[in-house]
Design a protein around this ligand. Sequence first.
Ligand SMILES: Cc1cc2nc3c(=O)[nH]c(=O)nc-3n(C[C@H](O)[C@H](O)[C@H](O)COP(=O)(O)OP(=O)(O)OC[C@H]3O[C@@H](n4cnc5c(N)ncnc54)[C@H](O)[C@@H]3O)c2cc1C
Length: 605
Amino acid sequence: MPQYKVPLRDIRFLMNEVFDYPSHYKSMPNGVDATPDLVEHILKECARYCEQVLAPLNQKGDQDGCELKDGKVTTPRGFKDAYDQYVAGGWQGLTHPADFGGQGLPISLGMVRAEMMGTANWSFSMYPGLSLGAMNTLQVHASEEQKRTYLTPLTEGRWMGTMCLTEPQCGTDLGQVATKAIPQADGSYKLTGTKIFISAGDHDLTENIVHIVLARLPDAPKGTRGISLFLVPKYLPDGNGGVGPFNHVVCSALEHKMGIRGSATAVLNFEESTGFLVGTVNKGLECMFTFMNTARIGTAVQGVAAAELSYQGALAYSKDRRSMRSLSGAKEPNQIADALHHHADVRRMLLTQKAIAEGGRAMLYSAAMLADKMMVGILKNDEKERLYWDDKLGFFTPILKGFLTELGFECANLGMQVFGGHGYIQEHGMEQIVRDARIATLYEGTTGIQALDLLGRKVLLLTRGKAVREFTATIMKLCTRNATHRDMYPFIWTLGKLCAQWNWLTTRLMLSARKDRDMIGSAAVDYLMYAGYVSLAYNWALMAEKSFEKLEKGGAETPEFYRAKIQTAEFYFERLLPRAQAHAEGMLSPSKSVMQLPIDHFTFD
Ligand SMILES: Cc1cc2nc3c(=O)[nH]c(=O)nc-3n(C[C@H](O)[C@H](O)[C@H](O)COP(=O)(O)OP(=O)(O)OC[C@H]3O[C@@H](n4cnc5c(N)ncnc54)[C@H](O)[C@@H]3O)c2cc1C
């Protein structure tokens, strides 16, 4: 397994130089405590924990997997101890309110923590990650009493949470949810039904598990309008902060999966389990959607994590392994052969990984600032402010989730490729990264569903192209302020053309979709990937702009760092960004070629 080293220099570059987090934090009521000193301390401590505790368990976790025996689920060796250290460090409550035992820091710091933990060990990080989803939901929608009883132990990390949406017959189409919730005289409900694929659904890390469950009341309307949200603990609370009787949430199986084997993916049977309504009857999906954007960004992190880890592994290997001579002449004539990283094709693979890991990180860190602002709306109880920033974030969410997870998987594959046949062998851990990364394009909404959300809902239906016009206007500001900067010219010239093209493509699709109803569905993934490549280009241009500024001012401590940024930006613009044009061409074709073949003719006989 590659030895993970947290790219702290790169993280600081984004936080302190490109996006100016210190000023951003100063401007927020919950950001004033996030002083540069505190942030630096958090970065260093988190990096230490990830490098020394979590990363060494990554491959072992894959080998051990999780086990269900005699009704009890055990996680891989070392996970419990690592989790206890996580709790002792107060990491779970980093961004949750002090009233419930947290530290109340901005949510973007939680994303930085998630990136480090996820790169070190994605399977492990899913346990606290899912719990954060449950905590977020309770923070906004639970009653005060529910918060006191459940949110405090969750924030302290003594208990963990899950999100139980999926059932055997439905994952994407939650309108089909069939789990029943029968009202009881005391105001509670009895829940009966089966949930599948539940991450962290059962385990041995905490004394209790709090399930957030979608279910349906007996008289509920059909479809998504009849779904309510419930809190169902594995053990009922004893009233003194501890656990009481078992609540009949039975883990009947663990899934055998392609990857993330250290993460327990459970089939859960609710057998008249006692549940408590969260929020309003039949408004369950709306409650769930409050934090959908942040949850999806949490999955986008997995793409960057896969790219980073695979890049680190491939880079180290390419320096050690020798093969033949470089086409432009021997680079290490005293050695038996040149190291792999002298060969242009290997450099292409490494640079692709680097461009996507670092550029993807920039995309995430920029979006996290919008999540911070949305969170301020929540803390101020200002629904208008929350919705404003959630909408802004909502435009980027499907791009981040869909595009970064697809490219993260590509990078994981490239890392394996750099290892040649050795990449396919378990010992090096490169194939594990591929297996682990694959799920990211599936859960939290598949790439196809993200694409429909972007093009169909966010761009065409809700904003009629305004979201694109606004974002491209932001990109054009970068172009304008660099109009006389010679070195920035190649970047801004290309970006300017792309901004015009993106708006034109959007209008073309809007017009075509009026006549051709399947146009949106057949164009959506191309549109999403196009949006991803342009967004990544913008972020690379921002990083190049900052790097030129640092070099021109003189006295930069690490000029080679800034030069590498500019050179990687050049690689991205010349070698990866042209892919956007293939997507542009593909998306404009009418849906005919996708839809005309009768379903019977898909057959082989
Ligand atoms: C390891 C793992 C962990 C998971 N963790 C959790 C968890 O913690 N909690 C939870 O609730 N769920 C969890 N899931 C479930 C996951 O979110 C779903 O599997 C996912 O949302 C897809 O749903 P599905 O599997 O039912 O696929 P389906 O909905 O059956 O989709 C199948 C295919 O059809 C496409 N499709 C479906 N509908 C449309 C449409 N209208 N238009 C175009 N294309 C469409 C999809 O894009 C996909 O390609 C997990 C799954 C896995 C494998």
